[in-house]
Structures are given as structure tokens and as C-alpha cells.
Design a protein around this ligand. Structure first.
Ligand code: GTP
Ligand code: MG
Length: 177
């Protein structure tokens, strides 16, 4: 098969069962790979996102699984306190098994369900700050995401931010170097 990309990124989605990892993956793959996405930085980038099962019985995420990962998205459900508490355990797991320079990001998913919210955005932000990790609230259902942040344009020496021009639609606009 011909190589059709200039860069290959491996990203992992982890978090408790039911937080919405698989839905986020679908949302991402639906929105993210379009020509705008590619032309923004003039390179063809392929992203492999590995979805995991959050169920307790599948929780032996090992070094082999983390190998080569450039980014890990830690997902909790804003309507589920326990999934938020468990982020700390997932982070511990990453610290044990993943490479120490892996880029991490916490996603508080299901932010479309504000009426059932158990975890405030502030708590999510604080947790992320405590660990020095980026944070976003997302909704795989509605596609809610963050506004663009242009202060890390390619070539500026900072992380490459890959953005696309439909800010309402993609949940994850930052690829990690
Ligand atoms: P495991 O595969 O068991 O680890 O779970 P998962 O994290 O992959 O969860 P999944 O994506 O299967 O979503 C679980 C449930 O949450 C489904 O019923 C989804 O429809 C629902 N869901 C996922 N994301 C959202 C969201 O952003 N908003 C709302 N309202 N529901 C969501
Ligand atoms: Mg799943």
C-alpha cells in the first residue's frame, strides 16, 4: 500500500467505561480528516487513534499498548463523579507505563448534559492544572469543543496545533509534538 502521509501520530483514548471514548472517536474521525485539516499545515498527517475499553476487566493497559503513543486523551464524564475521581488512577497508570514525555490531555465529556452535571468545569480545570495537563470539556453528541488557539502556529517552535475551519465540529484540535 502506498504511503499517503508525511507524519503518523498515535493517540490513545482512555477512561472509565461509558464516558464516551468511542463516541468521541467517531466524532473525531467524522470531522477531523478533511482537506482543510491537511492544507492548514501543508502536510498530510495520519492519526491513529486507539480506543480502549474502560471496563474494569480490561484495565490492564500495558507498556506495549502505550509504546509509540504521542498523545493520550484521558476522558471522564461530567455527569459521573466516579469517572472523574478515576482520572487520577488513569494518570498513575500512564506514569507507570507510558513514556514520560507523552503529551496528555483531560477531556470532560458530555458537556451537553449540563442539567445532570456532577463535576464542575472548575474542578476539571483544577485537576488538569495540578497535573500540568491541558483540559477541555467536550461533547461527542453535539460536537462542542474549544475555540481556536493560534498562538502555537507551525514553525513558531511550539507544539504544532492542527486546526480546521469548523470550530463547532471537531473536539480535538491539538496534535502533539
Ligand atoms: P467503554 O467502551 O465501555 O469503555 O465506554 P466508552 O467510553 O467507549 O463509552 P461510549 O462511547 O460507548 O458511550 C457510552 C454512552 O454515553 C453511550 O450511550 C453514548 O451515547 C453516550 N455518550 C457518549 N458521549 C456523549 C456525549 O457527549 N453526550 C451525551 N449526552 N452522551 C454521550
Ligand atoms: Mg468504547
Amino acid at each position: 500500500m502506498a504511503k499517503t502521509y508525511d507524519y503518523l501520530f498515535k493517540l490513545l483514548l482512555i477512561g472509565d467505561s461509558g464516558v464516551g471514548k468511542t463516541c468521541l472517536l467517531f466524532r473525531f474521525s467524522e470531522d477531523a480528516f478533511n482537506t482543510t485539516f491537511i492544507s492548514t499545515i501543508g502536510k498530510n498527517i495520519r492519526t491513529n487513534i486507539w480506543d480502549t475499553a474502560g471496563q474494569e476487566r480490561f484495565r490492564t493497559i500495558t507498556t506495549a499498548y502505550y509504546r509509540g503513543a504521542m498523545g493520550i486523551m484521558l476522558v471522564y464524564d461530567i455527569t459521573n463523579e466516579k469517572s472523574f475521581d478515576n482520572i487520577k488512577n488513569w494518570i498513575r497508570n500512564i506514569e507507570e507505563h507510558a513514556s514520560s514525555d507523552v503529551e496528555r490531555m483531560i477531556l470532560g465529556n458530555k458537556c451537553d448534559m449540563n442539567d445532570k452535571r456532577q463535576v464542575s468545569k472548575e474542578r476539571g480545570e483544577k485537576l488538569a492544572i495540578d497535573y500540568g495537563i491541558k483540559f477541555l470539556e467536550t461533547s461527542a453528541k453535539s460536537g462542542i469543543n474549544v475555540e481556536e488557539n493560534d498562538n502555537n502556529a507551525p514553525g513558531s517552535g511550539g507544539p504544532v496545533k492542527i486546526t480546521e475551519n469548523r470550530p463547532k465540529k471537531s473536539f480535538f484540535r491539538c496534535l502533539l509534538l
